[in-house]
Design a protein around this ligand. Structure first.
Ligand SMILES: [Zn+2]
Length: 121
């Protein structure tokens, strides 16, 4: 079992997730192409533990409003999200994980743009 330890930029939000970092993913949907994060593989909700800053998280939703994207209200950094394709699953922002070079991982690009239900969103 691999446990990733992560934090937002200002350190208000800290978390742990029981998941290996690979296979990492990026995504070309309208949100992900703007935030540019390298994401962990999906894991079930109980593998994510928010250690601090739960009240500092802001929820952002768009399009089908299925996915739940969380970011820190102070520094604006995306920390993790509940996925649209399977709401039982979550991914974390590997750029938040300590001791890990997210850009050194090979990360395929998911075609989130084509799987949006409402086109153009
Ligand atoms: Zn922060």
């Amino acid at each position: 079992m691999t446990t990733l330890k992560g934090a937002c930029h200002c350190g208000a939000v800290t978390f742990e997730a029981d998941t290996p970092p690979e296979p990492a993913k990026r995504c070309n949907c309208s949100l992900c192409r703007r935030r540019g994060a390298v994401m962990s593989p999906p894991f079930l909700a109980d593998a994510l533990r928010i250690l601090s800053g739960e009240s500092d998280l802001v929820l952002y939703q768009f399009n089908t409003r299925t996915a739940k994207h969380f970011f820190c209200r102070h520094c604006g950094i995306y920390t993790f999200h509940q996925t649209r394709s399977n709401p039982a699953e979550w991914r974390v922002n590997l750029g938040c994980v300590e001791g890990l070079d997210a850009y050194a991982l090979s990360s395929a690009i998911a075609d989130g743009a084509s799987s949006s239900v409402i086109s153009g969103a």
